[in-house]
Design a protein around this ligand. Sequence first.
Ligand SMILES: [Fe+2]
Ligand SMILES: [Fe+2]
Length: 199
Amino acid sequence: MPVSESNQIYQEIVDALIAMHRLTDGYTPSHEDRTADLCVKIAEQLALPRDRIDVLHMAAQVHDIGKARIPLTLLNKPGRITDDEYGVLKSHVQIGYDILKKISFPFNLAEIVWCHHEYLDGSGYPRGITAESIPLEARILTVSDIVESISADRPYHKSLGMAAALDEIRRLRGTRLDPQVVDACLDVIDQNLWHEAAA
Ligand SMILES: [Fe+2]
Ligand SMILES: [Fe+2]
């Protein structure tokens, strides 16, 4: 997606971070890319202004950059994980935020990443903040992340399919997930504007 001229330098920084991450992890940057595409479609459905969509797109492209710190054996581990392992996995949010906030972006990219596992009802992480403290862009990223994660093949298991992904966001609509964002996402999929990765 071409960004406006004023954001070009920031897009290049983001591209460099992704290229670095791709050297060690062949899966996560692709997941981020597909999630970013879905974010754009949802944001367009919600009529967000172009400059906010640019920022959301860049944030989504690096939302899991903190996973670069987590061993691939854990990221790609099939089956159940222990509570300790879950704690390590969850640390990717704070690690990503700490990396991204070093860059003086003139917009809230780092904050969007920081909030991508927060839920409206306060049951998310790392801070457990609630609806009014979570930027709309982060709420869009959360929904996109769930849909992409469930509908695409992962390194450790086959896709559960788009129907399962949509059931999950419908189930969480209004409690954990922003109802307007969920509805916009359902419209995007309904109109065939975004497809999960080919199996
Ligand atoms: Fe994440
Ligand atoms: Fe993700």
